[in-house]
Ligand binder design. Sequence first.
Ligand code: PLP
Length: 404
Amino acid sequence: VSSFEALPLAPKDPLFGLIAAYKADTDPRKVDLGVGAYRDDNAKPWILPVVRKAEERVNTDPALNHEYLPIAGLGTFTSASAKLMFGAENPAIRENRVTSVQTISGTGAVHLGGLFLAKFFPRPENQKLYFSNPTWANHGQIFGNVGLPTGTYPYWDPSTKGLNFTGLIEALETAPEGSIILLHACAHNPTGVDPTREQWMKIAETVAQKKHFPFFDCAYQGFASGDLENDAWAVRYFAEAGFEMCVAQSYAKNLGLYGQRAGCFHFVTHTEETKGRILSQLEILQRSEISNPPAYGAKVASTVLNDKALFREWEDNLRTMSGRIIEMRQRLYNKLVELGTPGGWTHITKQIGMFSFTGLTEAQVRRLKEEFHIYLTNNGRISMAGLNTRNVDYFAEAVDKVVR
Ligand code: PLP
């Protein structure tokens, strides 16, 4: 007998289950709108041309070896990442108040931040970390695993298929003073709905009034609008406003380095002295969790970030990806309007980034899968990157049929 006979069988990760179901489907019309990964117009993964060039440089570097990186990661990568995130002129960077640690992509950065805060963030009244309802499915379990109690703030307004801004602000106002507030820097997952700049300013004001602690999750810088600065605006605004705060940064989507797990965790402090204390503790946590981060993706990313010509080429590649997605939003919208599909569809073009929250119900999602071989998550979220010039009309026609 096993000591684990009473172990409950955990449910499979719904997203990875969806990917498996799509792979097993033999219908030639099948469409994958589940996975949050960029696809080109042929529905194929895309290695960014700039990444191919950077890989060539990394692989032919006579000094290349496969030694361990330092605990905090590759210095050229983390310092360039901080400048990319906050902007070289941000007071937090100029005053040397950002500490940066390389992590296992964005997930690892969220986790390291969660672990640190669970251990060291002062929560005299058992304050919680609040994330948006809905949010990226992994947030709940990451913070749960490190023992940080969580709550939610309203975000999605089903009636407008946009932001429930009043609900969000009210929740920030009623949360106990000194709570941790998790914010998506841009291209909110799963809704595709971001606050406007004016709304961000109000959010910052409320967070400051309540002495909350902001924690940004930034998984789509440059991927959302095609402009790295624009997509980092909220993070930079908060850092300039003088908050102590955390940022989780991922290069999965914007460099297409998904499986290489290149990411960074940044901690902005008020003083350089506190920064040293924080880094010392982060290094202990990192050592016990992963010892040191993976080298290859960081070397590739660092090559792009630290070379002017490659950086410009990356910006061009970002415009290709975000531009194709924005074009698909427009084509989907146009087709639904052309078909006279019941309901308003302007949210499709207003939303931004990898995902769109369509407003389709669970029953409609089931019909899309069973009758049309179209795969999306039960909450009606579609990955825009799964649409292309050949399947966008098919998808619109299927939506038209299931909503009537
Ligand atoms: N945070 C959000 C909101 C995301 O959407 C994702 C990826 O889907 C991540 C973090 C982390 O992704 P990764 O660990 O691949 O960088």
